[in-house]
Design a protein around this ligand. Sequence first.
Ligand code: PSU
Ligand code: MN
Length: 313
Amino acid sequence: MALAKFYKLSKEVQSAQRRGWPVVALESTVITHGLPQPENLKLAQEMEDIVRAGGAAPATIGVLKGQLLVGMEEEELQELAQDKAPRKLSSRDLAAAVAQEASGGTTVAATLRVAAQAGIQVFATGGIGGVHRNAARDVSADLSELARRQLVVVCAGAKAILDLPGTLEELETLGVPVIGYQTDEFPAFYSRESGLRNSGRVESAEEMATLAQTHWTLGGGGLLLAAPLPGDAALAHEQIDGWIEVALKDAQVEGVRGQAVTPYVLKRVSELSGDKSLKANLALLKNNAGIAAEVATHLSPKTGQLGLLPKQA
Ligand code: PSU
Ligand code: MN
């Protein structure tokens, strides 16, 4: 089966790739499952605009009626954001969604896979998935997919609802560098501190681009660029920890399992925090989009398996 027939690239992404201009991938589970309407559509559009202002083309990735979208036209973004029952698509779910002509938001894992095939090298998200607390062997496919795909993923650490030391151990096992953006400490999504250390540190987006290029030349896969959220939006650890405990307990009592865990717990934390966590979430997403664009402008373009880039002059 020809690869290209499953994909649809937005006009903006096509034109950027033809010219060898930088592109930044954005995930869509945050749109379909992470944020309430209408904040979800607004945030998605704001992230795209921040990427553009940073000199790169945004490629919001998702699946609409079985088509893998790499970059969405405005109506497509709207349709996905307003879908009544979108699927949450991790890597394992992509083929089924395409074959069954379903729609859904792609997680970090699935977005990484699609972005890599399209030759995109930088990706902005909120917080990656990872090793869950108290749940035997619930480990997000975000981690294994990160290990395999040659992309820089800009995030505010891993979601604070997770087992953060366990997540960092797993990333080490998988050979994924965890690089702090102007910090030694691994950020904890809603808060700037976790008490845990990154494996490395850079002071600028340009330095990160050089590090990534070197990692790839040496045979490495994905890298995390962990950027703490802006100080005025950050929540104190002691404050958020209590809400997370309650939310995790509620999930257990309700018997929430598998793919439903992350969206359930994040939504519950948002309710308990009176939207303080939602505000932090929006702030860190936008912050990461800006940094991702800057990293992308410092990387030289490459051709994906879709073969859309003309040969470099
Ligand atoms: N942000 C949210 N809610 C989510 C996610 C992000 O506010 O559900 C998604 C991300 O796309 C992340 C995924 O990749 O959750 C991880 O889910 P799991 O632990 O099931 O792999
Ligand atoms: Mn899981």
